[in-house]
Design a binder for this molecule. Structure first.
Ligand SMILES: [Zn+2]
Ligand SMILES: [Zn+2]
Length: 284
């Protein structure tokens, strides 16, 4: 039986699975893209995913990383790749080494340090790009971007042989089109993320909105999280087709979260939102 009762969301054949409650655990995976954003306590369902993209080192987001690596080894899979803010690499390696001593078996790992602006290739035409968030030292979010080669407009009417001829002449006949598929913001206080076009236009936005009640605004500020009023401001300039909300507080029931959300957002924005945790199948 799987270790977690994960939420399931399907958007245009792309499955998104995860679990996210503020302070408890956050892990959100897109198996078809072979990425898992944060790792929580390493649910069984994400062990076979080859790339884990950590946003920051808080325990509720990162606790399971060593277990993920060791389970992959145990199952005969290649060492998992973990992207993480570059300042976390040393303590992560220390944890892996300490587990190796404790367990008696070394834990193979491929750790990749990232800073805002860095890119990492996930598949031949798929990249993860890190961008800065305002939460903890070095914290980042990630956009998964598809790159497609497109013929320049002036060449679209040419025949195959004509194109081959131009290529022989070393003419640049195409350009690269970037399609941001999914963006995961992770924990952050309010920042105008719409200034980065690939975030504003990402087809799917996975974003935290932790606090909802009026008197929780101070908690949001203290923990460097978003409150519903800031979340509503953020969405004003965003063009995402689907907005998945994560990291909701345990202090406010989901029913109430939904009511406040509906009140705070214009209808065309509200109808694009999905509360991740409202999409968990009931346990039998
Ligand atoms: Zn968190
Ligand atoms: Zn955090």
């Amino acid at each position: 039986m799987p270790s977690h009762n994960l939420a399931h969301i399907e958007i245009d054949n792309l499955e998104i699975i995860g679990y996210s409650v503020a302070g408890e655990e956050t892990v959100v995976a897109v198996p078809q893209l072979d990425v898992c954003f944060d790792i929580g306590k390493a649910p069984d369902q994400i062990i076979s995913i080859n790339h884990v993209l950590l946003t920051h080192g808080h325990m509720d987001h990162s606790a399971g990383f060593a277990y993920y690596l060791s389970q992959r080894n145990f199952c005969g899979l290649t060492a998992g790749t973990i992207l993480a803010p570059v300042n976390l690499l040393r303590p992560m390696q220390e944890i892996i080494d300490a587990w190796g001593r404790l367990d008696g078996n070394s834990v193979p790992a491929n750790l990749v340090g990232v800073k805002p602006g860095d890119e990492y290739q996930i598949k031949p035409n798929l990249f993860a790009r890190a961008f800065p968030t305002k939460h903890s030292n070095g914290s980042v979010g990630y956009s998964i971007i598809e790159r497609r080669k497109k013929l320049k407009e002036e060449y679209t009417r040419l025949t195959g042989p004509q194109i081959v001829e131009l290529k022989k002449q070393a003419k640049v006949i195409d350009y690269t089109l970037e399609i941001p598929i999914v963006t995961y913001i992770g924990d952050t206080q309010y920042v105008d993320f719409s200034q980065l076009k690939y975030i504003a236009q990402s087809k799917i936005l996975i974003v935290e909105c932790t606090f909802y009640e009026l008197d929780h605004a101070g908690r949001a500020e203290a923990g460097r999280h978003m409150h519903i009023t800031e979340f509503a401001t953020l969405l004003e300039k965003m063009q995402n087709e689907h907005i998945i909300i994560t990291h909701t507080t345990q202090r406010t029931p989901l029913r109430e979260v939904r009511r406040i959300l509906k009140e705070a957002l214009p209808p065309e924005k509200y109808q694009r939102t999905i509360l991740l945790m409202a999409n968990r199948p009931n346990l039998r």
